[in-house]
Design a protein around this ligand. Structure first.
Ligand code: CTP
Ligand code: MG
Length: 235
């Protein structure tokens, strides 16, 4: 089977509160997005990598994030859309054009996933048609009512915090995403679209390090992790 990765990286990063969108900010000496792409390049099963960037930012993404780190082979850069789902749809259309059968979608803002996680999610996608990385919820989760008053405690044993990669049969996901976009239904992840269509999705144990860089605190934590890895290698 032919596998493509789609990397949505067309967001504004408003919760980061920086001038530059977070995927282009520096992490341990290179743009955050370059880290994400370089992990994907270590997954031999992935034939094509489609990076979705803010419209008009295609050239600068190639010049700043791919070329300086020799990451350009296998990579295609396409413009995104207003919502993450629109960006993913553009990436999926490119994946179809490139002849992919399966797609692994991975947030540009998750630079710390390992190649092994992509392989695990891909294997489960082959078995189940759709599989997503997620970690069990270790904290107690409460639902609030009015004025931040606790309404109830959720059953933690069945709660999972969802990450990417998320793997799908390409034609199947494209059909559902087209329908959802046409009907104005927007989900926060692609698995949400399959749930909307009544399809099964398999949970695959993810990695706690594979958190999404959302706030300055996340970026600092990622800097620490990257710095630590570097020291281990030197030592
Ligand atoms: N994304 C995208 N297209 C959009 C919105 C988001 O490709 N229209 C991407 C982001 O670049 C990111 C991933 O989807 O890699 C996850 O989204 P999120 O963490 O919410 O990033 P932003 O939307 O950029 O951040 P914020 O919500 O804080 O503005
Ligand atoms: Mg967002």
């Amino acid at each position: 089977a032919r596998v493509a990765a789609v990397v949505p990286a067309a967001g504004k990063g408003s919760r980061m509160g920086a001038k530059k969108a977070k995927q282009f900010m520096e992490l341990a000496g290179k743009p955050l997005l370059s880290h994400t792409v370089s992990v994907l390049k270590r997954v031999a099963e992935i034939a094509e990598i489609i990076v979705v960037v803010p419209p008009g930012g295609e050239e600068s993404a190639i010049k700043d994030c791919l070329l300086p780190f020799d990451l350009q082979s296998k990579c295609h850069v396409v413009p995104g859309g207003a919502e993450r789902q629109d960006s993913v749809k553009n990436g999926l259309l490119k994946a179809r054009e490139l002849g992919a059968d399966y797609v692994l979608i991975h947030d540009g803002a998750r630079p710390l996933a390992t190649p092994e996680l992509f392989r695990k999610v891909y294997q489960k996608t082959l078995l189940h048609g759709a599989a997503i990385a997620a970690v069990p919820c270790f904290d107690t989760v409460k639902k609030a009512g009015e004025n931040n008053l606790v309404e109830t405690t959720l059953d933690r044993s069945r709660l999972w915090l969802v990450q990417t990669p998320q793997g799908f049969e390409l034609d199947f996901l494209l059909e559902i995403i087209q329908k959802a976009c046409d009907q104005g239904y927007y989900a926060t992840d692609e698995a949400g679209l399959l749930e909307w269509a009544g399809k099964e999705v398999k949970l695959v144990p993810g990695e706690r390090d594979n958190f999404k860089i959302t706030t300055p605190e996340d970026l600092r934590l990622a800097q620490c992790i990257k710095g630590g890895l570097l020291l281990t290698r030197i030592g």
